[in-house]
Design a protein around this ligand. Structure first.
Ligand code: ACO
Ligand code: KIV
Length: 568
């Protein structure tokens, strides 16, 4: 019998009939692939307009004002504050920004308007008294929208743009202020390049930009329709062919329909664009606008000053969540709850070693495997870098004990303790927090509740004629009963082991020993680790005491208790 294989595509249409590939751009001598981004673009936040217009519940005054203040604090010099002719809320907010927004002289407020006379008139009312405002006008130019939305040919669509350009420049001249202008051939990525060029050139001719007042030509990827290289080709082609290029600011306004908005923007900048419109963490229509925080931090990690301040990413996140009433996912670049966290063993091991190497090198260059940015640069701490679950390894556990508690486990003890933690995480199926790992370490190696032997005190004294050999007389408790034991050795550790071996009737010796002071914690205590060899293997004990010899002898008792436990 022939078995039919199942495919998850069963319910989907025939793609080759329903969709068509985006055509290539004919620009064989393209230069952008060998360019790099060397400086920050002019940033324009469109959170309060494109972001706001895509929300389930658009922002009221408080949510807008809080977002506006954040954008000013982050250093945005151009902020699209709304679409004042669309609603009274947007109109009133524009008035509030102008009258009460405490906007610095180097910041331009920007507003959006369709190319419609009544809306343009209302927009100018909203802008009275604004300092260097940007009037951003747009109309859709794509082949599809010309056909199905406007039922107009190219000439008709160009007329909409040029009529608006004329009206806007006339009104600005009459108003006498220092207006700036931006034009967007909306749905640019669905517009034939020759058509976009013709319409943009016609608008430029009317606006007559100068070196002192450049026209912003915004070439939006209103809908992201192709791979990012196509957008870059389109931008390079426009930059090469536009009239009066020197008096134009070429702006990108990417959306993220294919999930490649960041890449498209970066390639668009390499292709010659000067400016980027986007939103914090990418809120916006459908899959969102391009995320300016990610763009800025991508630049930062390439050694470029992004010129917007992302050093308090938690505040940016909080305002984003309050104003947009949306939650940022855990994996969102640079800000997500989990983006600086490794659970898996090999990542933890490499991070642990990288962090140590950085401390040793004591140089500013950041080089930590798996962490493209120092979390502290965005105001995040190192606390969450390594978290422990069943996927974790010894390096991660060692890192947590070192970072959080100043406990620097010897390598073999890391291996031993990891097995214990692995058993717990496998059984629980859950993350084990740092506190629980520390508590387990103390319980197993230091406090040992219910253990048979406890160390109380010791004395040493020389053995008459034997130079270098000393007697160790110690007091211990065995199941709560006080006992005095005695042994010989070259020092207290040696002698105490000898005493315990005789008392317990088990042949024990020290295979490895180390100690260090505990930097964390209220008392200046020391921790000692003893790897104890016994007839059926090796295992570790640890002791913590303000006295280093005390810590060592407690570590021996700890190891002896574990030997007893193993023997049952
Ligand atoms: C890609 C973008 O993000 S563009 C920005 C989109 N943002 C928004 O739409 C948010 C704010 N918008 C609004 O509140 C409303 O749409 C308003 C107030 C602007 C207009 O409202 P209305 O006139 O009631 O409705 P609507 O938007 O449906 O109007 C569409 C009409 O304007 C025309 N139109 C649409 N865009 C433009 C434009 N840029 N320039 C000129 N005319 C336009 C349409 O062809 C249509 O004409 P028709 O009435 O002859 O068919
Ligand atoms: C108005 C324009 C720039 C826009 O929002 C878009 O194309 O997405």
């Amino acid at each position: 019998m022939i078995m039919k294989s199942h495919s998850i595509k069963q319910g989907m249409s025939d793609a080759s009939v329903k969709y068509q590939p985006y055509p290539q751009i004919n620009i064989p001598d393209r230069t952008w692939p060998s360019k790099t981004i060397t400086k920050a673009p002019i940033w324009c936040s469109v959170d309060l307009r494109d972001g706001n217009q895509s929300l389930v519940d658009p922002m009221g005054h408080d949510r807008k004002a809080r977002m506006f203040q954040l954008l000013l604090d982050m250093g945005f010099k151009e902020i699209e504050i709304g679409f004042p002719s669309a609603s009274q809320t947007d109109f009133d907010f524009a008035r509030w920004c102008i009258e009460e927004g405490n906007v610095a002289d180097d910041v331009s407020l920007q507003v959006l308007v369709q190319c419609r006379p009544e809306l343009i008139t209302r927009t100018f009312e909203a802008l009275q008294g604004a300092n260097k405002p940007i009037v951003h006008f747009y109309n859709s130019t794509s082949e599809l929208q010309r056909r199905v939305v406007f039922a107009k040919d190219v000439a008709g669509i160009k007329q909409i743009a040029t009529d608006a350009a004329k009206m806007i420049t006339d009104m600005a001249a009459k108003a006498g202020g220092d207006f700036r202008f931006e034009y967007s051939p909306e749905s640019f990525t669905g517009t034939e390049l020759e058509v976009a060029l013709e319409i943009c050139n016609a608008v430029t001719e009317i606006v007559k930009p100068t070196a002192d007042n450049k026209l912003i030509l915004n070439l939006p990827s209103t809908v992201e329709m192709a791979t990012p290289n196509i957008y870059a080709d389109q931008i390079e082609w426009m930059c090469r062919n536009l009239d009066n290029r020197e008096n134009l600011i070429i702006s990108l306004h990417p959306h993220n329909d294919r999930g490649t908005g960041i890449a498209a923007t970066e390639l668009g900048l390499m292709a010659g664009a000067d400016r980027v419109e986007g939103t914090l963490f990418g809120n916006g229509e459908r899959t969102g606008n391009v995320d300016v925080v990610t763009l800025a931090l991508n630049m930062f990690t390439q050694g470029i000053d992004p010129e917007i301040d992302c050093s308090d990413i938690e505040r940016i996140k909080q305002v984003y969540e309050y104003s947009n009433q949306m939650i940022i996912p855990e994996r969102h670049p640079y800000v997500g709850e989990l983006v600086y966290t490794a659970f898996s063993g090999s990542h933890q091991d490499a991070i642990n070693k990288g962090m140590k190497a950085i401390k040793v090198a004591n140089k500013p260059l950041w080089e930590v495997p798996y962490l493209p940015i120092d979390p502290r640069d965005v105001g995040r701490s190192y606390e969450a870098i390594i978290r422990i679950n069943s996927q974790s390894g010894k390096g991660g556990i060692a890192y947590i004990l070192q970072e959080d508690y100043g406990i620097n486990l010897p390598r073999n003890l890391q291996v031993e303790f990891r097995e214990d933690i692995q058993r717990i995480t496998d059984e629980g199926g859950k993350e084990l927090p740092s506190k629980a790992i520390h508590a387990r370490f103390i319980e197993r190696y230091v406090d040992q509740p219910g253990a048979r032997i406890k160390f109380v005190d010791h004395h040493t004294y020389p053995v008459g004629e034997h130079k270098g050999v000393r007697i160790v007389a110690a007091e211990i408790t065995d199941n709560g009963e006080t006992k005095r034991i005695e042994g010989k050795g070259t020092g207290p550790i040696d002698g105490f082991i000898n005493a315990l071996s005789i008392y317990l009737g088990i042949d024990m010796s020290v295979a490895d020993y180390s100690e260090h002071s505990l930097q964390h914690g209220s008392n200046a205590a020391a921790i000692a680790y003893v790897e104890m060899e016994h007839p059926s293997g090796k295992l570790f004990g640890a002791g913590i005491n303000t006295n280093i010899v005390g810590a060592s002898l407690e570590a021996i008792v700890s190891a002896a208790n574990r030997v007893l436990e193993e023997r049952g």
